[in-house]
Design a protein around this ligand. Structure first.
Ligand code: ARG
Length: 584
């Protein structure tokens, strides 16, 4: 299916050249959605911007463009309005044909990209032996959705979990493990650390309080780095334990991701230092090896250093990211690397990207993007904590969402006098509960902070997952009530007779434009907003227009609109990582 905007764009460009000559080749026709549906569907505002250059009145320019504009197959005769807008209204027959194509396509008319890229989405990335927190939840949900959208558009996506599984903190963890759980290293499966956060806190406390423990921890780090097999197996044990906990969350959220943690790049770090040195970028600064940054200064206005190798010879978070950039471009052949982390890491990525660029490690055409997001806040607007001030465990947070969704379902079923099986209720509670958490996160502009509210995200009204699921279920209800097999309507004719039919049709045809926008700027909230508006339009349509009661051929045509709405919602939600249900 050809995007209508792209078609109109091309036709306008051709008309500009035909009217005013080759100098206008490539001039942007400034095609935008109409400011008011009264004026049509799109408007081209180019005439105003050409007035000076051509020395003519904008209205006259617009008239001249119109004389050369050939859109008869797409639009009603265009009109010039106001100071020189060109108003375009899509023809009903054109919309009908577009919908027909959409209906016959199992991708809803969204063609795979003509320029597939090798994309890496670096997301989730929790730290070993620490609990995954809400920040990691955001990264997981947003990163997964971005990956799903890029995959659907035909890109080759590698989903990478850059877990924090290396670094000096392992010294104290391994030492504490050795001392507090001596059996763990010799007996298989003897380890059940249970709550790793507590384990981490205990180790940290000893590290902070006990000088001898500190000293021994440092020696463990040295052993680990030099590859002592026994130390490595202790390290492995800790990683395994964490992995189990992470995996539990990924399964609940239906997340697919490949682990390639920081330790993976460990053998490549010395090469980074060596090459930066050869390039003359590395400077000794108070015993450390650093690169001085451009555009980052301290309070005195002096350039800030990015530490590549510390005084003690150890490497940094940034060193690992530099090695990862080299590996991902050279071995994975990535041409778009997307990092999904909280906005607090914006400087880190800007600095790492700068150094990689200056070192010549970002090949031509490769794009590195940091996708930042804001913090999750409690309903009091403060940092999200439990009542007693502890950080909330993700598992608890998700279980609570499911439990609350379950309570809502029970109450609604009682109210409606319905009895449903345990299986039905449990499945619905999980789908709605998890879907609501994901949707609440994705529907916000990711750069802003957002307030976590179970009540809001589980509400049946508003821009929520339950609202969207309900619209989907409503369509399935039509099929049950009218005994309609939607899959049989593929070859039937669509006729858009009412204003409401047209409005819904136009909303449906926006799907691919929205996905293209997310592909470019990586804001999944655009897709949420689209699905929300589509559901609203559908609900208005269904409240105002008879469907099953309508006369043929309108009845079939409307049934197709209903089915297309459901299919678009299902596909759209699945790109957000949210499955639908057939009944609620
Ligand atoms: N482990 C880091 C954290 O918890 C996130 C890693 C993000 N990815 C990266 N390549 N730096 O904050």
């Amino acid at each position: 299916m050809n995007s209508t905007i792209a078609l109109l764009h091309d036709r306008l460009s051709a008309a500009l050249v035909a009217a005013f000559g080759d100098e206008l080749a490539g001039t942007d026709p400034v095609l935008v959605p109409a400011s008011n549906p009264k004026f049509g569907d799109f408007q081209a505002n180019v005439a105003m911007s050409l007035a000076k250059r051509l020395g003519k009145a904008p209205r006259a320019i617009a008239e001249e463009i119109l004389q050369h504009l050939d859109v008869a197959d797409l639009c009603d005769p265009p009109e010039v309005a106001g100071p020189g807008f060109i108003n375009l209204r899509l023809k009903t027959e054109y919309l009908e044909a577009q919908l027909q194509t959409m209906n016959q396509s199992d991708r809803l008319g969204v063609e795979p990209t003509k320029h597939p890229k090798r994309a890496i989405v670096d997301f989730s990335s929790p730290n070993i032996a620490k609990e995954m927190h809400v920040g990691h939840l955001r990264s997981t949900i947003i990163g997964d959705s971005i990956a799903r959208i890029l995959e659907f558009l035909g890109h080759d996506v590698l989903r990478l979990n850059h877990v924090g599984d290396w670094g000096t903190q392992f010294g104290m963890l391994i030492l504490h493990l050795r001392e507090a759980y001596p059996d763990a290293l010799t007996t298989a499966n003897a380890l059940a650390l249970g709550d790793l956060t507590t384990f981490y806190k205990q180790a940290k406390q000893r590290f902070d309080e006990d000088e001898a423990f500190r000293e021994k921890s440092r020696l463990e780090v040295v052993e680990l780095q030099s590859g002592n097999p026994e130390t490595l197996s202790a390290w492995n044990l800790l990683c395994e334990q964490s992995r189990l906990a992470f995996q539990e969350i990924y399964e609940l959220l239906d997340i697919c991701i490949t682990e390639r943690g920081e330790s993976f790049y460990n053998p490549l770090l010395a090469g980074v230092v060596e090459d930066l040195e050869k390039l003359g970028l590395l400077v000794e600064d108070q015993g450390a090896k650093v690169v001085f940054l451009e555009g980052f200064t301290n309070k005195e206005g002096n350039p800030l250093p990015l530490i590549i190798q510390k005084t003690d010879g150890g490497y940094n978070y940034a060193t690992t990211d530099l090695a990862a950039i080299r590996y991902r471009t050279q071995q994975d052949h990535a041409d778009r690397i997307i990092y999904v982390t909280d906005a607090g890491q914006a400087n880190h990525f800007a600095q790492v990207f700068q150094v990689a660029g200056r070192a010549g490690w970002i090949p031509e055409g490769v794009e590195l993007v940091h996708v930042p997001f804001g913090v999750v806040q409690g309903e009091d607007g403060k940092k999200f904590k439990t009542r007693s001030g502890e950080t909330i465990r993700l598992r608890d947070l998700l279980d609570e969402a499911i439990a609350r969704s379950r309570a809502d379902i029970e109450a609604r079923l009682t109210e409606e006098g319905r009895t449903e099986s345990e299986e039905f209720k449990a499945h619905l509670a999980k789908t709605v509960g998890i879907g609501a958490v994901k949707y609440a996160d994705l529907s916000q502009n990711r750069t802003s902070n957002y307030i976590f509210s179970y009540d809001k995200m589980l509400a049946l009204q508003g821009n929520t997952a339950p609202y969207m699921l309900y619209a989907y279920v409503r369509v399935q209800g039509i099929s049950r009530k009218g005994d309609i097999d939607f899959s049989n309507l593929g070859d039937r004719t669509i006729s858009l007779q009412d204003e409401m039919d047209l409005t819904l049709a136009k909303a449906l045809l926006q799907f691919d434009t929205v996905l293209t926008a997310v592909e470019a700027d990586l804001y999944p909230n655009r897709l949420c907003q689209y699905l929300f508006e589509l559901s609203q339009t559908f609900n208005q349509f269904y409240d105002r227009c008879p469907v099953l009661q309508a006369e043929e051929p309108l009845r079939t045509s409307r049934l197709i609109l209903c089915d297309l709405t459901a299919r678009t919602l299902k596909q759209g939600l699945s790109l957000l990582g949210i499955p639908v249900v057939e009944r609620m």
